[in-house]
Design a protein around this ligand. Structure first.
Ligand code: B12
Ligand code: SF4
Length: 434
């Protein structure tokens, strides 16, 4: 059988608001696809052919290859396009199945558009799906009855992505997944619902192998998840071991990490040496998420002085240790009011931030925020492509939706107004996702 995986398009900040391109000087950069397809494809039994199509670069309408089964992988921002592609393919009589975060959280919304909806971690049931598809007996729904056992999984088949690169698309970094699951429950995060509440770690060998494949292809890797810094016994120790091994590994291989993602105040729990270890592992940047935690919510919402000082301390820790802070400011939290936008800009100015991004709080299906906003009947937009952190889809607590939308554009414009020199900056700054 030939299985054609498709990564449906979604709009990023600058696509949703083209005026951003006029005032944000950093080069536009399309991020790599999520690891979902590569992870599932790696578990395909022998004897089948797998192929990958990135609809963001090569729209399905113009590049539709023949296949026996079309497997779409998508999160909420890509759901509008995914449903459109599925309808189009099924009108042509093709078999189409859906997996990923959105099908996992909203399987009923997907069901009318697909032959099968796949819920949860795909590695658990993928062989069964293939066997049933081959016999022409696909079931309408498959669901993982347990978390995947990471110790027995093959590494993600990232060659699928690397081989699909061309002149139009060749990202310089890819995500590297070191664990799954999280015991916390931040408002707008779906991970604990999708991947479970317990942290599970990939074995070192799986991580090394993946890192090596990327390094040999000239790619950097990003540690995109903040769970490595959580104050849970054993988690930080494991992360430090990982950093030390990467440091050693770099003596023989051209391994480079582009950034490590973390919720801002988690840095305050870190021992000083970790910063050096991060740098020695080649990490040039922290992707500092603000707006998920009580510290930054207190700092930028009501402007609580003690919280502002803590937030400043987080940025300063990065600067003092030579790791660039790239702050991602989330606006539209319950505490935020009309003053929030200027508080964020003053903070950026005071801390001499070089680069930053701005995102609108979004009630992703399956997240605690979704549950609360639905119960309070505050969601007014169910167009999934607007769920991309660039559009207001709910009624904010202390301002109108229009004011929040304007404030978000104001932040991008005002922050970058004094940073036009970034046009000449190192191409690595192009990893700013806008
Ligand atoms: C790397 C990453 C990115 C990259 C790459 C793009 C991408 N879509 O992944 C970039 C940086 C571009 C990105 C951008 C954004 N991202 Co992002 N991103 C991630 C991250 C950290 C890792 C993705 C990944 O590789 N996961 C690992 C794979 C293995 O997991 P998976 O895709 O869920 O796949 C498993 C199952 O879902 C299933 N499955 C998936 N596909 C298929 C297909 C089939 C056929 C089958 C059988 C099974 C199956 O099996 C897989 C293996 O178990 C995730 C967090 C996470 N851990 O997932 C957030 C995440 C996906 N992003 C998120 C968000 C919100 C965004 C932004 C909107 C944020 C922003 N500030 O703007 C933007 C999107 C657009 C924009 N405005 O720019 C949210 C999505 C929430 C939601 N409900 O949809 C997540 C979950 C983060 C979070 N904690 O909330 N992101
Ligand atoms: S944002 Fe990070 S810490 Fe919070 S629930 Fe999601 S993965 Fe866990």
């Amino acid at each position: 059988m030939k299985i054609q995986f498709i990564y449906p398009a979604f709009e990023r900040h600058a696509q949703a608001h083209p005026e951003l391109k006029e005032y944000v000087p950093c080069n536009e950069y399309i991020g790599s696809p999520s690891l979902g397809i590569a992870s599932v494809a790696a578990c395909t039994p022998p004897g089948h052919e797998v192929a990958f199509l990135d609809d963001r670069i090569h729209p399905v309408e113009d590049h539709l290859p023949e296949a026996d089964l079309y497997a779409l992988s998508f999160f909420t921002a890509a759901a509008s396009r995914a449903l459109e592609i599925a309808d189009m393919l099924r009108a042509k009589g093709k078999k189409v199945i859906a997996g990923g975060i959105f099908p996992t959280m909203m399987s009923e919304a997907c069901a009318p558009h697909f032959d099968s909806v796949l819920v949860g971690e795909g590695e658990v049931y993928w062989e069964q799906v293939i066997a049933d598809a081959q016999r022409g007996e696909l079931k309408p729904r498959y669901e993982a009855d347990r978390p995947a056992d990471l110790s027995s999984l093959p590494r993600p088949a990232v060659e699928l992505y690397l081989e699909a690169e061309d002149d139009l698309f060749s990202p310089d970094d890819y995500p590297l997944q070191v664990s799954r699951g999280c015991p916390f429950k931040c408002d707008s995060c779906v991970l604990p619902s999708c991947m479970g509440k317990k942290i599970r770690h990939f074995p070192d060998d799986t991580i090394w192998e993946t890192l090596q494949v990327f390094a040999r292809a000239g790619k950097r890797c990003s540690l995109t998840e903040d769970t490595s810094f959580l104050p849970i016994p054993g988690v930080k120790r494991r992360f430090r071991e990982l950093l030390r091994r990467i440091k050693e590994f770099r003596q023989d291989e051209p391994v480079e990490l582009s950034y490590v993602g973390t919720s801002m105040p988690l840095l305050l729990n870190m021992e000083e040496e970790i910063f050096d270890e991060v740098r020695q592992a080649g990490v040039g940047r922290f992707y500092l998420v603000g707006g998920f935690d009580p510290v930054t919510r207190g700092a930028f919402g009501p402007g609580d002085k003690a919280m502002v000082e803590k937030a400043e301390q987080c940025v300063k820790l990065c600067q003092d240790h030579g790791v660039e802070p790239y702050v991602s400011f989330l606006v539209g939290n319950e505490q935020d009011d009309e003053g929030t936008f200027d508080r964020m800009l003053e903070f950026s100015q005071g801390m001499k931030l070089n680069i930053a991004e701005f995102a609108i709080a979004t009630p992703y299906p399956g997240s605690p925020m979704w549950k609360k906003m639905t119960e309070q009947d505050r969601i007014f937009d169910h167009t999934w492509k607007h769920y991309n952190d660039a559009n207001v889809v709910f009624k904010p607590a202390n301002m109108s939706p229009e004011r929040l939308q304007e404030g978000y554009l104001y932040l991008w414009r005002e922050f970058y107004r004094t940073r036009q020199h970034l046009q000449q900056a190192d191409s690595k700054l192009a990893t700013v996702q806008f």
